[in-house]
Design a binder for this molecule. Sequence first.
Ligand SMILES: [Zn+2]
Length: 101
Amino acid sequence: MSSSAAFENCEDVYAATSSPCPRWCITPHGTHLGEEDWIHASEPLRIADGVLASLCMSVVPDTGAVDGPYVFIGGSEYTVAGATSLASALITLANSGDQDG
Ligand SMILES: [Zn+2]
């Protein structure tokens, strides 16, 4: 299992210049007004009871200014690097229970 596959896709965001939406965005745009409609969000990933993780970023239409992407886990906000570190720590924790002896 590749631990970072989900996050590697984030880098493709910047290559997707032909579309205002990153590839992972599932937000139906045009249903909100103003700033809320600038937010791109991924499909939520359920990682624990009542805890969802999703990738979000905002792009200001007029200026093209990009904020994010960030990974939201429950009520916390992580940078992509921070979420990758967290995921690595979790894998290390899980793997330590999988060692012989
Ligand atoms: Zn979008």
